[in-house]
Design a binder for this molecule. Structure first.
Ligand code: F6R
Length: 241
């Protein structure tokens, strides 16, 4: 696990977006695993700027989002699909048919998403945030390390953390579809980002604690190409060096 500690959230976004722009520019195809949440908002903003100001083309990029809410209408501005459109897709040249989300209708075979990703050549770079409880995507504590894309009931702490995007706690969705932990571990490389002191405990366990299903992100230490980008606040509990 490679660990990069930067000053603040802005530097974190710069580090990740510079890396992505380099990869997007150097490759003829790129399968990018996308995360939503506040951690990546500035990263997407910078990608849009790179497209507009430096003519960086995204036409060969295929995206695979980590997760999507279930009990929410398609028109709701906070679906992850609508969020991605607002932040990135409406402003860059990724063709519509190259943007993918986990199947979210009630009778779908959710793990078909794993097969689909594999058939597309697998994910080259997976972007990940981390929850205050150590979740990755919506794999909450206790999720199996061998899970594929599946339906989850969101934990109280995750619903509380996401309530800021909704009018009230009762309108925060209760269910979501998420890539499983195995789905994520199948990615060729992973970039996990965390900023803010509220993430510091989960970050410490991920890096220094036991590799255990009680803290889903700890599994990433078993992957051989993971970069963790932290700001000082998120890194504050880590041992020196
Ligand atoms: C979002 C996702 C979540 C977030 C995590 C951190 O697609 O899968 O796991 O990455 O909850 O969220 P923020 O970035 O809002 O702190």
């Amino acid at each position: 696990m490679k660990i990069e500690i930067v000053k603040d959230k802005e530097e974190m976004a710069r580090y990740i977006s510079d890396y992505l722009v380099t990869e997007i520019s150097n490759r003829t195809t790129l399968n990018l695993g996308c995360a939503t949440g506040s951690t990546f908002e500035e990263v997407y903003h910078r990608l849009v700027e790179a497209h507009k100001q430096k003519n960086v083309s995204f036409s060969h990029v295929r995206t695979f989002n980590l997760d999507e809410y279930l009990d929410i209408s398609d028109e709701h501005p906070e679906t992850y699909k609508n969020t991605m459109e607002r932040l990135l897709f409406n402003h860059v040249d990724i063709p519509t048919h190259q943007r993918h989300f986990p199947p979210s209708d009630e009778h779908a075979e959710y793990d078909a998403y794993d097969e689909f990703i594999r058939a597309q050549g697998g994910i080259d770079i997976q972007l990940l945030g981390i929850g205050v409880n150590g979740h990755i995507a919506f794999n909450e504590p206790g999720s199996s390390f061998t899970s594929k894309t599946h339906k989850v009931a969101l934990s109280k702490s995750t619903r509380k953390a996401n309530a800021r995007f909704f009018d009230s706690m009762s309108s925060v969705p209760q269910y979501a579809i998420t890539m499983g932990i195995q789905t994520i571990m199948n990615a060729k490389s992973i970039v996990l980002a965390a900023s803010g002191k509220h993430k510091a405990k989960a970050v410490k366990h991920m890096i220094e604690g036991k590799i255990d299903e009680s803290l889903p992100a700890s599994v990433l230490r078993r992957h051989d190409d993971v970069t963790v980008v932290l700001d000082n606040a998120a890194a504050k509990h880590l041992k020196e060096g």
